[in-house]
Design a binder for this molecule. Structure first.
Ligand SMILES: [Zn+2]
Length: 224
């Protein structure tokens, strides 16, 4: 992780003043993306994917378009960038009518050890941005991560399912029963983590559960 940090600090220095997409010079308030390119992410390619287990998955962008941004957020602690991505995701979600019926945003929790190492939960940072645009409150501490699972990156879909099995626990069932909940994550790949949380929320009486994320590797999915 340390080498990663160093690498990203270096990259951040190189990227400092230019938009990573169009190369335009950034205004003082911009981070990695200029306003136009960030707005384009929010505006373009609204994808709503449905599976047997997940009512919906809505990403801000294909993973390749936000890979760098997610790395900067997670490994260099660029929280301001995370919030901006969250705001853009919130703008995208505000175009989906049925989301008006949703009650809370649930950031995927980090295990306390991981949170101590990183210093923050990237999904919470993203959720705060989403909440700002979408007007749905962020629920903290209603679900916790009880198992410090190993990184999913090198695991197969089946192994990922096993890895996250029993990893979460409901802390406040009264805040879940009868509620419509959007789980917020930085990246959704196989969806093992979000499926596990969904199952648990449903068992605790949640009515509807869906997922919003910043990056999603391109595959199936209907373009709206
Ligand atoms: Zn740009």
């Amino acid at each position: 992780m340390r080498i990663n940090n160093l690498f990203h600090s270096l990259l951040s220095f190189l990227f400092d003043n230019r938009c990573s997409v169009c190369g335009e010079e950034l205004e003082q308030d911009d981070v990695l993306f200029c306003k136009g390119c960030l707005e384009a992410l929010a505006r373009n390619n609204l994808q709503l994917e449905q599976t047997d287990e997940l009512e919906f998955i809505i990403p801000l962008a294909p993973f390749d378009d936000v890979r760098e941004a997610i790395h900067f957020l997670k490994y260099s602690g660029w929280k301001r960038l995370g919030r901006k991505l969250g705001v853009a995701l919130g703008e995208k979600l505000s175009r989906v009518d049925f989301l008006r019926e949703f009650d809370i945003l649930l950031p995927v929790p980090l295990h306390k050890t991981r949170k101590r190492e990183r210093g923050f939960n990237q999904s919470l940072i993203i959720s705060e941005g989403v909440s700002k645009t979408l007007g749905i409150p962020v629920a903290k501490e209603i679900v916790i991560r009880v198992k410090n699972t190993r990184s999913q990156t090198q695991l197969s879909e089946e192994e990922r399912g096993k890895n996250v099995n029993g990893a979460f626990s409901v802390k406040a069932p009264d805040k879940i029963t009868g509620k419509n909940i959007v789980i917020v994550d930085d990246v959704v790949t196989t969806g093992s983590t979000t499926k596990e949380i969904t199952k648990m929320l449903k068992d605790a009486g949640a009515r509807r559960v869906g997922v919003a994320c910043i990056g999603r590797p391109k595959n199936k999915g209907e373009i709206l």
